[in-house]
Design a protein around this ligand. Structure first.
Ligand code: NSS
Length: 429
C-alpha cells in the first residue's frame, strides 16, 4: 500500500513501506545514493547502497534525472543524521516515468525565467507551501461566512456593463456581440440579497490594469459579500470580523507550512481594534508626511502606502468624496459631497485589501449618479430595477485574496500568491 511522506514520519522504526514521488535532489557518496524524495505532503531522504538495496535499483537511482517519478520500497529508519531525523532505507526502486532531460529549474534562476517555467516551478516545496496557505485562507473565508449564515452564490463571469469603470474592462466577443469579463460580481449579489439577505462568493475578477505595481493582477480572486438592511457601521464590523478571523485561522491552519517557509503571520496586527480614519483626515496624515493631495482625488497606490505605513493595524478610510468613487456608492445624507464608502488598508505600507460601501438604494438618486458620471442608464436597466421593487438599505464589500496573502506572508508581489498569475505582460503558461 502506498504511503505518503507525511504519514510515514509517524510510523515505527523498521517498518516496510512503499512510497511514490519525485526525485527532488540527489547526492552520491561512492557506493551510497541519497535521494530526497518529494511527494504532495513533504520530502524525505531515501538512502540506497549495494548490500542493502537491489543492485539494479542503485544503478537506476544513480541514472535518473531530477524530477523523475519513482516508486520506492524500503524500511523506515530513525537516524539523527537524516534531515528531519528519519529516512527510508531503500530495498527496491522502480521508475514510474523518467525526466527526459535535466530539469530546467535551477537554483539562482531569475524571476522571469521562473515565471516562464511556472508549470514546473510550482512543484517546489516552497511553492506548494504557499499554495497550501492560500487554500487554508480560502477555507477560512468559507468557514467565516458559513458560521454567519451567509449563502454562497455563483455569479456570471461574462457581463455587459462595467461595475468598476470602463477603463479596465476586458472585452469578449460573445458570439458576435460585445461583452466583457467581470470586474466584480457586486451587482448580481445586490440582486441576490432580495431573496437571500446575506450572500457571498469567491470568484475571479478581471481588470485590464496597465499599472505594473506589486499589487495588481489582471485576474485576481475576489471574495465579495453583500448584506441587506446594513449600514456603514455594520459593514465595517463585518469586514473587521472577517479579516481578523481569516488571518488568525489561516495562521492556525498553516503552522507546518509557515515553519517550512520560515514566515510568521503577525497575528498581533489583527488582534486589536482596526483604526478608522475619514478621507479628509487621511489627507492630513499625508500632508504631515509631506504629501499634498487635492480634496476629491482618489488615493493612489503610493498614497495608500504612505498612509498605511504609519499604522500597526489595519485601518478603514471612510467617507471618500463622490468623485473618487464609483457611481453606486450612497452619498452621505449629512454631507452629500462624500459617500458612505470605505476601503480597508493593511498596515506596513501594504495598502488596500478591501473596497466597500453602502449602496445608493434610491431609484432617482442612482439614475442621477449614472447620468452624472456619463454612463448610459439603459446599460444598467436591470440594476435600476432593483430600486424599483422594494429597495432596501444594503451594503457590501470585495477583498482580494492575493492582496491579503501578500500582506500576511510579506510577499514582494501579489503574483507570488497565485498559481498561474496573470499580469499585463504574463499570459503564459
Ligand atoms: O475595486 S474594488 O475596490 N471594489 C470592488 O470591486 C467592489 N465592486 C467590490 C464589492 O463591493 N463587492 O476591489 C475590491 C478589492 C480590492 O480592495 C483589492 O483587494 C482587490 O479587490 N483588487 C485587486 N487585487 C489584485 N489585482 C487587482 N488588479 C485588483 N483590483 C482590485
Amino acid at each position: 500500500m502506498r504511503r505518503t511522506v507525511k504519514e510515514i514520519k509517524s510510523l515505527k522504526d523498521g517498518e516496510l513501506i512503499e512510497l511514490c514521488g519525485w526525485i527532488w535532489n540527489k547526492r552520491e557518496h561512492g557506493k551510497l545514493v541519497f535521494v530526497d524524495l518529494r511527494d504532495g505532503t513533504g520530502i524525505i531522504q531515501v538512502a540506497a547502497r549495494s548490500g542493502l538495496t537491489e543492485e539494479a535499483s542503485v544503478e537506476l537511482l544513480k541514472s535518473l534525472n531530477r524530477e523523475s517519478s519513482v516508486r520506492i520500497y524500503g524500511n523506515l529508519a530513525r537516524d539523527p543524521r537524516a534531515p528531519g531525523g528519519v529516512e527510508v532505507r531503500c530495498v527496491r526502486a522502480e521508475v514510474i516515468s523518467p525526466s527526459m532531460e535535466d530539469f530546467p529549474i535551477r537554483r539562482g534562476m531569475g524571476a522571469k525565467a521562473l515565471y516562464d517555467h511556472r508549470h514546473l516551478h510550482i512543484r517546489s516545496p516552497r511553492m506548494s507551501a504557499l499554495m497550501r496557505v492560500r487554500s487554508n485562507l480560502i477555507w477560512a473565508v468559507h468557514e467565516f461566512f458559513r458560521s454567519r449564515e451567509f449563502v454562497e452564490v455563483d455569479c456570471p463571469t461574462i457581463i455587459t456593463a462595467a461595475v468598476e469603470g470602463g477603463a479596465t474592462l476586458f472585452e469578449v466577443n460573445y458570439l458576435g456581440r460585445k461583452a466583457y469579463l467581470t470586474q466584480s460580481v457586486q451587482f448580481y449579489q445586490e440582486a441576490a440579497i432580495f431573496g437571500l439577505e446575506k450572500v457571498y462568493s469567491v470568484q475571479p475578477s478581471f481588470r485590464a490594469e496597465l499599472s505594473r505595481t506589486p499589487r495588481h493582477l489582471t485576474e485576481f480572486w475576489h471574495v465579495e459579500g453583500e448584506i441587506a438592511f446594513c449600514d456603514l457601521e455594520g459593514l465595517m464590523r463585518t469586514i473587521e470580523d472577517l479579516v481578523r478571523y481569516v488571518v488568525l485561522r489561516t495562521e492556525e491552519l498553516s503552522r507546518r507550512e509557515l515553519d517550512f517557509l520560515r514566515r510568521r503571520i503577525r497575528t498581533e496586527e489583527v488582534e486589536g481594534e482596526f483604526y478608522r480614519v475619514k478621507y479628509s483626515e487621511a489627507l492630513e496624515v499625508l500632508r504631515r508626511a509631506g504629501r499634498e493631495l487635492e480634496w476629491g482625488s482618489d488615493l493612489g497606490a503610493d498614497e495608500e502606502r504612505v498612509i498605511s505605513s504609519q499604522f500597526d493595524r489595519p485601518l478603514f478610510i471612510t467617507h471618500y468624496p463622490k468623485e473618487a468613487k464609483a457611481f453606486y456608492h450612497k452619498p452621505d445624507p449629512s454631507d452629500p459631497r462624500v459617500t458612505l464608502s470605505t476601503d480597508l488598508l493593511a498596515p506596513r505600507g501594504n495598502g488596500e485589501i478591501v473596497g466597500a460601501g453602502v449602496r445608493a438604494d434610491d431609484y432617482e438618486q442612482l439614475q442621477n449618479r449614472i447620468e452624472e458620471v456619463g454612463l448610459n442608464p439603459e446599460d444598467y436597466r436591470w440594476y435600476l430595477d432593483l430600486r424599483r421593487y422594494g429597495s432596501v438599505p444594503h451594503a457590501g464589500f470585495g477583498m482580494g485574496i492575493e492582496r491579503v496573502l501578500k500582506w500576511i506572508l510579506d510577499l514582494p508581489h501579489v503574483r507570488m500568491a497565485s498559481l498561474f498569475p496573470r499580469t499585463p505582460t504574463r499570459l503564459y503558461p
